[in-house]
Design a protein around this ligand. Structure first.
Ligand SMILES: C[S@@+](CC[C@H](N)C(=O)[O-])C[C@H]1O[C@@H](n2cnc3c(N)ncnc32)[C@H](O)[C@@H]1O
Length: 277
């Protein structure tokens, strides 16, 4: 196995998160101290009465469809068991897991994590996603994705001098225009949504593992916050795009251009494009 200092941490490896090779390629013999990932959501196959698929949308764009569907919640649990067992073998014993999921995926993820020793749910981080609702006097927030934060150990006693832990955030799908720049992945997350999780549950210099990189929001956030990303993605087009994204992010940081992106205001976005997801 390669020592970690020979590994290119700006490369997203094309690999299946259920198999061992990808983890070896991105980590070598090193361990990550934070698993921050966004696996396929627990979406079930939709069928008509006759049994044929109701929603055969796929392969429309240059990218193959990154959305995976499962026949049953039990299948989703088996998928979760397969990838999570591999991933936790590459973590330090005190690592924290922050796993994004839709609401149906919560129970299978918690059950598998518990069976692997991550029995302490430290909390549920909620993203209130701004909708495009055009009522001028109110803004609706939609909760579709949450991140479950899990550890092997219970929460330490409350430190009266400590900083608060952030458990909720509000943001639009593409507040920082990074989704548009990197392929509009349907499950892109803006930096402002990821930043509190990365800052709270890892330290600068830590290795952060994401076996389901998609368009790379999580590894890019880790890099911008001085962590070392280690990521996999099964679709070759997306894996290549993440590698380009990490390389460009690294050169922007080297030029001192990696500052916080300007947030587009909801009003601008709704009137300009109306394309919040
Ligand atoms: C929820 S998305 C991740 C989105 C990502 N956080 C972003 O910001 O763009 C899940 C990703 O996992 C990928 N994927 C699905 N099955 C996989 C597998 N077995 N191994 C690795 N990646 C997989 C999909 O192609 C998809 O891009």
């Amino acid at each position: 196995m390669k020592p970690h200092d020979e590994i290119d941490s700006y490369r997203c490896v094309r690999a299946d998160a259920r198999e061992p090779e990808g983890y070896r390629a991105v980590l070598g013999e090193a361990k990550a101290s934070f698993l921050h990932t966004d696996p396929p959501y627990c979406l079930l196959t939709r069928r008509r009465k006759g049994g044929d698929l109701r929603d055969p949308r796929a392969n429309k764009k240059i990218d193959r469809n990154p959305i995976v569907r499962f026949e049953t919640v039990r299948d989703y649990r088996a998928f979760t068991e397969a990838w999570m067992t591999r991933a936790v073998a590459h973590l330090t014993p005190d690592a924290t897991l922050a796993i994004w999921t839709n609401l149906l995926g919560k129970e299978p993820i918690l059950a598998v994590a518990r069976s692997l020793g991550y029995g302490h749910l430290r909390g549920e981080y909620v993203w209130g996603k701004r909708t495009t609702d055009k009522n001028a006097n109110e803004q609706l927030l939609r909760v579709y994705e949450v991140a479950l934060v899990l550890s092997r150990t219970p929460e330490p006693p409350l430190d009266p001098a400590g900083l608060p832990t952030v458990w909720a955030v509000v943001g639009g799908y593409d507040d920082d225009a990074e989704a548009a720049r990197w392929g509009n992945h349907p499950h892109h997350k803006p930096f402002s949504v990821l930043e509190p999780l990365v800052r709270t549950w890892s330290r600068p210099g830590d290795r952060v593992l994401d076996p389901f990189a998609g368009s790379g929001s999580m590894p890019a956030a880790a890099l911008r916050l001085g962590r070392q990303p280690a990521c996999l993605e099964v679709e070759p087009e997306w894996a290549e795009r993440v590698t380009r994204r990490l390389r460009e992010t690294a050169s922007e940081l080297a030029r001192g251009a990696g500052s916080r992106p300007e947030i587009n205001t909801p009003a601008d976005k709704v009137s300009a494009t109306g394309n919040h997801r």
